[in-house]
Every structure is written in C-alpha cells, then in structure tokens.
Design a protein around this ligand. Structure first.
Ligand code: ME8
Length: 686
C-alpha cells in the first residue's frame, strides 16, 4: 500500500444499555479534539464511533423495556447520535454492530478462525459477569461465596458486579498459541500503550502469568451474531465488538478503499530479538489509534492484537487509555445510577465549558473527580476571568485608542521579547502534549500564554502610554501584540472550543482563516478592524447558585436514599394501618434453601417446594408463583425467605403447606426474595 497522510482515531463502541453520561462523553470529546487537531495539522482524518449493540446485557435491557432487542437498540442509537450532535462531535462514521455489513464480516471471520484451527469447540465452565460481559476465573474474582463444604457457589467481579456460574458448550480462541507473539510485540513496540505505565501492568498481570484460551461463543441467549456452521452459538460480544474497528473501514467487504488507506496505508515494521537470538517482526499500522479508558484496556491490548495476528493484519499503533472520572470516590456507571449527564450541563452553561472542563480535567494517568465546585470554578476563573477579560480589554482598547484598527505588528516595548518567548515555548509544549493526548498539559500551555498576556497589559500599562503622544508607537505595538496573542490562543483552543475560538477570531475581525501549522505570535494580516463592541464570551456565574444547581441535577432522578439526607429532618408520621412492634416480632422469617421444586398437578398456579429451613427436617411449601417461573428448576439451590411459623394448611385437598415464600410484587409480576448464598439455612430475618 502506498504511504499517505491518513490518521485513524476510534472511540470504544459504547453499550446502549442506558443513557450515555459524561464518562462516555469524555472519551468521545477527547477523540473529537484529536480529530480536529490532526485535521488542522493537515492530516486526512477518519474518526469512528458507534455502539456495541449485541450481548446478554442488551437482550435483558430490551426485555425489561418490553421491546425486541432491535427495537430497543434502534431507539437508543437515535439518542446517542443526538447527543454527539449536541456535543459537536465530528465523527466520520457511526458504526452499529447490528449493521448488516458488520455482522456478515464477524460471521466470516469466526468461520475463518475456526477453519484455520485458531478456534475450537469445547465446554466452558466458569464465572460470567453480565454487566461486564466478561468471564472470570475463580482467582480473578474480588470476592467468592462458598457453601458450608467450602465449594465456591458465587462471587463478585473486580467491577463489583455479581457473577454467575456458566456451564455450556462453547468455542474457544487459542490465545495461548499467541502468548509469545504478544509478549514479543509488547517488547518490539514499547509505545503501544499510553500512558506507558499501563503497558507494564498488562504484561505483568495478564500476559506473563499465561493466557488461558478464551470462550468466544455463548448458547444461553440469542442476541448476537450467529455462528453460521453451528447456529445455536452466538459470537462472544467482545469479539464482535473489537472487529468494528476493521469492518467500519470496509475490511472483508467489496469496497476496501478506506481499509487500504487508513489501516494498511502506513505500515511500519517493529522488531525485537529475544534471549535465544530469535528476531520477531511485526507489521504496525502506524496511523491507527484507539482511545479507551483503563477498564477495557485488557480487551484492547490482548484480545484485539491476537485477533489481528490470527487474521494476519497489521497491529494498531497506539492504545490511548485514560483514567476514569469518578464522583466522590465512586465509579460513575449507568448501572449504579450515580451519573452526570452532559445534556444538563450544556443546557445550563453551553457546550464549550463542558468540552473545556472535561478535557482540562481529563484523567490521564490516574482517575479524576468530577465536582460541581470545580466545574463552576473553572468557568469563572479560567474562562470568564482569564480568557474572557483578555478579549474584552483588548477589543475595548483597540477601539478606544485606534478606532478599531489593529496596528501593524512591531517590537517596541521592553516586554515584547519575553511575551514572544513565552508564546514560542508554550506553542512547543502545546503540540507535544496534543500528540501525547495530554490535554490538561496542552491547555495549561495555552493558559500560560493567556496569563502572560494579561500580565503584559499590566506591565505595559496602555492607559499610561495613551496619555503621551510620544508613546504612540509603543501603544500601537502593545495593541498588535495583544491581538496577535489572542489570535494564537484562538487557534490553539479551536479543537477544544470551536464556538469560543470562532468568536475570538470574529471579534478580532480575523474571520475563520486558521493556520495552526505555521502559527506564530506575529502573523496578523494588515488592515484588520476589530468589532465595535465585543460581547463577553463567558458571562460570570454566581458560584453558589450554580453549584447548587448542578448538585440538584446530579441527585434528581436518583432514589431518595441517594439524595442528601438530614437525619434531624425526618418527621414522625403515623398511619392508621400501622402495627405494633410485637405483632411484627411474632412473625418468624427465615432463610430456606430450595432442595426440590415441581409443578402441582391440576394447578397452573402452584409450585410445590421442598426446602431446608435449618430446622433439621425439610419442609414443604406450596406457592402460587408458577406462571412467573416457567423454568421452575432454576430455583433449585436458591436461598429464599419464608414465613416459618404460619399455621400449616391443606391445599389442593392433599398437600400440606408449611409456611409461605416471600416475594416482591410489581406491576403484577412476582419475584421471589433471595439472600446471598453465604447466609446459612435457617438464619432468622428481622
Ligand atoms: O466497554 N470516566 O462499553 P461501555 C471516563 N462496549 N470514561 C468513561 C467512564 C468514566 N467514568 N465511564 C465510561 C464497553 N467511560 C464496550 C466497548 S469497544 C470495542 C467495546 C468510557 O459503554 C471509557 O471510554 O461500558 C470506557 O472505556 C468506555 O466508556 C466504556 O464504555
């Protein structure tokens, strides 16, 4: 393939299992900034984003919503596209894993890997977290539950989500076969993962201890890409998802022009010689960049390169893995319901403050905390005070002293040289950090220029120069420097804050002729007039009021227990149906494990349970929940809550029922109440 000027940047494809939040917006904006920056640097950019629409989690969400999975994801995709439009995301393509072209290639790739022996059929037994769509070995679990005999009967994944035991026929990907290749690739391409520290983490924690073959198909649900040669299997959602980066460009299809250009177009060879003097060589697609957060680095740094190796394709050049935005020491997540939604912030404060805040606070190496105080503070201090004021003062002074005409650029004061040096130095820092995707530092460099320019106004004191005609030349040079510095700033913030950047250029009368590549402090065209009256680009905010507003929005829609709770404000309320404590205390609720369950002949409502309630002898309870548990055997082994001291009664003429199973009712649907497997049978609840 011929070399070209391409640059390929991708976001993760998000699960549309809930509304996207500022965490997802962070990665998408970060990619957008990079795409815009590279375009301004004359790169031919392809920016891909999209949705990961298959898998058990989505199927369950759709069922909960009473929709077919396709209807459900179609609806979610509309919302996500609208969000990206609101946030000014300049993507070139939006892929959905339910797109036909993608599904066809995923099925074909699976069959190819099967045919060449990289995938084989076996049986999987292990722990699966549906929330993470990820398998875990027992040793990887953060917590394990055991029965009295010490057998593992459940557990918690590192993400905090519960896992379930999955035993099913499954296809396996021979990751083990590629173990050495992957290690060698990491050695040959030490810049593969940024930040670099995460590379070692992957190598030490996951690769060097040995890669286990990966279960890459599921049979217990249907929402996914079917394996053509064995349709009871659907392709594991992560294999399906990772391939999006290639299928979106046309890989495996008739029109491969984009794939040829953006993936194959700029390959370089990276090599490494091991202890035995064997030289390993890898083809790397030098303009392929995947941006993700640390939670999914393992999939991208291990599974993805191995899939590509198996397909004999060049490997991606760079995984940019940023940290998380957390809220008060907790991870923000759709399933936890403690999230901040971008729409609310844009509606109240506009788009640019959101893009600025997220990128200025982007957690690069570690996690960052989102706080309303920081949000409003940055708008007031950095945007309104530092930048907004500089523009206001500059436009006002050029109008006042020069009738709006920006004077020709010249060096005349003692401070010009230092201003020029600070601009030059920070221009360098800006580009370096933009390439490294360290936006907090890139923006710090821009704010160094802004601060230095504000200081330059104080140093040169134009209002003093204006009093003496002899200082006219100096005054002109000062105005030209201020306008030139603001022009530099407007260029540098363009990838981050398009509206603000355009507004600065417009107020300076410069139009939209950006030239980031040849940017320097002078560079002002002659004969330019600033606007007569500049409008403030960032009005100052009332800190207290706005902080309170964000806090209120963050808790809105959350369950009451998550709202701020003042123990002293709880009121003593009575209702006529209340019972005395003694009445409640007389009810004995206990934990009972289901030993056996069967349908009751002659009744379509009743199930007959044999339970161990810890009282030495099993007991029998009949419960009218049959229609909610058509596969009643799934209840065997579950620990339920029963009323143990209810007077026994005869049911269906011949069965004695010795208690009642507690269940929760909602919208006419009953769900039995279970307790953790670690709670012993017979435990008293109260
Ligand atoms: O993992 N802070 O999708 P997902 C910063 N479908 N970034 C965050 C964040 C936070 N608090 N929360 C989420 C999946 N993100 C798979 C990806 S790719 C082939 C398949 C961002 O919806 C961050 O980029 O769980 C993270 O990696 C991604 O959303 C996870 O999105």
């Amino acid at each position: 393939m011929t070399e070209n000027n391409s640059f390929y940047i991708t976001t993760p494809i998000y699960y549309p299992s809930g509304k996207l939040h500022i965490g997802n917006a962070t990665t998408t904006i970060a990619c957008d900034v990079l795409a815009r920056y590279k375009r301004m640097m004359n790169k031919d950019v392809f920016y891909l984003t999209g949705l990961d629409e298959h898998g058990q989690k989505i199927q369950t969400k759709a069922e909960e919503a009473g929709l077919s999975p396709q209807e459900y994801v179609d609806g979610m995709a509309v919302g996500v596209k609208a969000l990206w439009e609101l946030l000014g995301i300049s993507y070139n393509q939006f892929i959905r894993t339910t797109d036909d072209y993608h599904e066809t290639v995923v099925a074909a790739v699976f069959e190819k890997l099967l045919a060449q022996g990289d995938i084989y059929l076996g049986e999987y037994s292990g722990w699966y977290s549906v929330s993470d769509e990820e398998f875990f070995t027992e040793s990887q679990l953060a917590e394990v539950f055991r029965d009295e005999a010490g057998n593992v009967i459940g557990g918690i994944a590192p993400s905090g989500h519960e896992v379930e035991l999955v035993t099913e026929e499954s296809y396996f990907f021979k990751l083990s076969k590629y173990q050495k290749h992957l290690e060698a690739f990491f050695k040959a391409h030490p810049d593969f993962i940024s930040p670099n520290s995460r590379m070692n983490e992957m190598l030490k924690n996951f690769i060097e201890p040995g890669l286990e073959d990966l279960a890459v198909s599921r049979t217990t649900f249907t929402w996914g890409v079917q394996v053509p040669s064995n349709p009871k299997h659907v392709v594991y959602v992560w294999i399906d998802a990772l391939l999006n980066y290639a299928t979106a460009l046309g890989y495996g299809q008739t029109d491969t022009a984009n794939f040829d250009k953006f993936w194959l177009g700029n390959t370089v060879t990276k090599s490494w010689t091991d202890e035995t003097d064997k030289t390993w060589e890898f083809q790397v697609a030098s303009e392929v960049n995947h941006m993700i957060a640390k939670d999914i680095l393992r999939f991208h740094s291990i599974y993805w390169p191995i899939i590509l190796m198996a397909l004999d394709l060049p490997l991606p050049n760079r995984l940019i893995a940023h940290g998380w935005f957390v809220i008060q020491d907790g991870k923000m997540s759709k399933s936890k319901g403690n999230v901040v939604y971008p729409e609310m912030l844009v509606e109240r404060f506009g788009l640019d403050p959101l893009r600025y805040y997220l990128m200025r606070s982007l957690p690069v190496g570690s996690d960052g905390t989102f706080t309303p105080e920081d949000y409003v503070g940055r708008i007031n201090y950095e945007l309104a005070n530092d930048l907004g004021n500089l523009l206001n003062r500059t436009v006002a002074m050029i109008n006042k002293y020069f009738g709006g005409d920006i004077p020709a650029f010249a060096q005349a004061t003692d401070f010009d040289a230092d201003l020029a040096a600070v601009v030059a130095e920070n221009l360098g820092a800006y580009h370096k950090n933009m390439d490294a995707v360290d936006y907090p530092r890139a923006l710090e460099a821009v704010w160094n220029i802004i601060s230095r320019t504000n200081k330059y106004i104080d140093e040169t004191a134009p209002w003093v120069l204006a009093k003496d005609e002899a200082d006219r030349e100096k005054l002109a040079a000062v105005m030209a420097h201020l306008a030139a510095s603001l022009r530099v700033v407007a260029h540098l913030i363009q990838p981050f804050m398009m509206e603000t950047s355009n507004a600065i250029m417009a107020q300076l009368g410069l139009g939209s002729a950006f030239d980031l590549k040849n940017l320097e402090l002078s560079g002002l065209p002659t004969g330019i007039k600033v606007v007569e009256k500049g409008t403030p680009i960032f009005p100052r905010l009332d800190m207290e009021e706005e902080i309170a507003y964000i806090k209120e929005q963050m808790t809105a829609g959350k369950p009451a227990t998550e709202k701020e709770w003042n123990p002293e404000e709880v009121e003593l309320k009575s209702s006529k149906d209340e019972i005395k404590f003694e009445t409640f205390d007389a009810v004995e609720i206990r934990v009972a494990e289901v030993k056996e369950v069967s349908k009751v002949e002659g009744s379509d409502k009743l199930l007959c349970f044999r339970l161990d309630a810890g009282d030495g002898e099993d007991r029998q309870i009949l419960s009218g929940i049959a229609k909610f548990y058509p596969n009643e055997q799934e209840l065997v082994g579950k620990k339920l809550q029963i009323v143990a001291n209810l007077k026994p009664r005869k049911m269906m003429k011949k069965y004695i029922s010795q208690g009642m199973i507690l269940s929760a009712e909602h919208d006419g649907k009953l769900t039995v109440l279970t307790v953790a497997p670690s709670v012993p049978n017979g435990s008293v609840i109260g």
